[in-house]
Design a protein around this ligand. Structure first.
Ligand code: GLY
Length: 427
């Protein structure tokens, strides 16, 4: 089996004598018969039919999305069902803005097919180096420190220095391997070094996979103000490997679930219901459930970023719960980002009931699912203090806040309001 990257959503070229799958998996839902465009020979049709039948029989959960990961990871080949003369292509599950391919599946299967041919330099951290040293070993590697406090311009500068020492030039590809902090910093360093190198990510935490590494935002904090400097630059690819999530602590894993719940509240009521019907332990241990949650969350984000990469409209919705979460993170480092998002989401759900846009029943479902996943929703500092911190947020536009309010499960709105109007919701 050989894997070949698809190129930015363009149709794959027919290579001599080898019929190839010409559809990206994310296009399948739009095709009633599940067949790709163009000249598809019988063998390929047979494969698609097999996939559709497998999906219909419930052998494949969350049908179309999982078809992509089956194709990507070669599970079909292992089952011996792949027609002999078909070359299996690596299939991106999502393609964000025709620039950024998102893969879900085993890194070892996917990475060789997506890395470009030239020189690669890795940016990662000590935890990843300890856990996955053989993956890093073939490359010159720059390791950065751990924790939110290293998301600074100083760290970026130290990466530039190492890049200079290593002779990194514009033809070098930067591979960020790690969680949200690594990908934020590596993406920023790559996007600005010599005015921008190509880069891609292996995203190793749940929070990174469902939010931070996808969508092209990168950056660092300045004087404790979150993400004050950065760029919008799409990674060429993001590999989300559910297998790599096994090494996360429960706490870190749970942090990612806050962003999964966020995505569900914003735009996917079915995902919300599926999370409600499961448990923390099931999500930890059942790779299918987890893969489904990861793909569905990425789909929400990819759809939004497709429409609004630079956050002038819909992308603001991805900040649900984040206004207060960022204030929590500024006031205390007792909570990690996901935990703060869970508290912020519960608080804004409460406020939305007060505002008259969310039913008490939906508010209870939101708080209920977060509690069931193990989040403590008690604000760790007084809400008055949080509101004061919100007032200081340097990213407020025209002196007004943009607050994302859930208006139902799977639906939300962005409201422009003054700080006083916002504070009144918590009086
Ligand atoms: N994490 C929110 C966004 O990417 O827009």
């Amino acid at each position: 089996r050989k894997a070949h990257p698809t190129q930015g959503g363009k149709k794959d070229e027919q290579r001599e004598g080898v019929p190839q799958l010409a559809a990206l998996a994310y296009q399948i839902p739009q095709r009633p018969a599940g067949l790709p465009e163009g000249g598809v020979d019988h063998a390929v049709q047979g494969l698609f039919q097999f996939l559709l039948v497998a999906a219909a029989q419930g052998k494949v959960a969350a049908q179309p999305l999982q078809l992509g990961s089956l194709l990507g990871c070669g599970a079909l080949g292992q089952q011996g069902t792949l027609p002999q003369n078909v070359q299996l292509l690596l299939v991106a599950i999502f393609n964000v803005r025709q620039q950024s391919e998102i893969y879900i599946g085993p890194t070892s299967d996917i990475l060789p097919g997506v890395l470009p041919g030239g020189r690669v330099v890795v940016v990662s951290d000590a935890t990843i180096d300890r856990l996955y040293h053989p993956m890093l070993a073939p490359y010159d590697t720059v390791l950065i420190g751990l924790g939110e406090s290293i998301k600074t311009l100083q760290t970026v500068e130290s990466i530039y220095r190492r890049f200079i020492e290593l002779g990194v030039d514009r033809s070098t590809f930067v591979l960020g391997i790690g969680g949200g902090i690594v990908t934020d910093v590596a993406g920023f360093a790559a996007a600005t070094y010599m005015r921008g190198l190509d880069f891609g990510f292996v995203s190793t935490t749940l929070l990174g996979q469902v939010d931070a590494s996808v969508g092209g935002k990168n950056g660092v904090n300045v004087d404790g103000y979150k993400n004050m400097a950065g760029t919008f630059s799409q990674p060429r690819f993001v590999i989300c490997d559910p297998g790599m999530l096994r090494t996360l602590s429960d706490r870190e894993f749970r942090a990612g679930l806050a962003e999964v719940v966020k995505a569900a509240i914003i735009a996917d009521a079915d995902l919300f219901a599926r999370i409600e019907a499961t448990t923390f332990d099931d999500l930890r241990s059942d790779t299918d459930l987890l893969t489904d949650a990861v793909s569905a969350s990425i789909r929400v984000k990819a759809d939004i970023v497709e429409r609004d990469e630079r956050e002038s409209g819909d992308r603001r919705k991805l900040n649900l719960g984040h206004t207060l979460a960022h204030a929590i993170e500024k006031c205390t480092n007792r909570l990690n980002h996901g935990e703060a998002v869970a508290v912020g989401t519960a608080l804004i759900a409460d406020a939305s009931v007060k505002l008259g846009v969310l039913t008490a029943e939906d508010r209870d479902r939101i708080a209920g699912v977060l509690k069931k996943l193990g989040f403590d929703l008690t604000p760790p500092v007084d809400v008055k203090r949080l509101l004061k911190e919100v007032g200081k947020d340097k990213k407020n536009e025209d002196g007004m806040l943009r607050i994302v309010v859930p208006i139902g499960i799977g639906d939300c709105d962005v409201r422009r309001m003054s700080h006083d109007e916002f504070a009144a919701l918590f009086a």
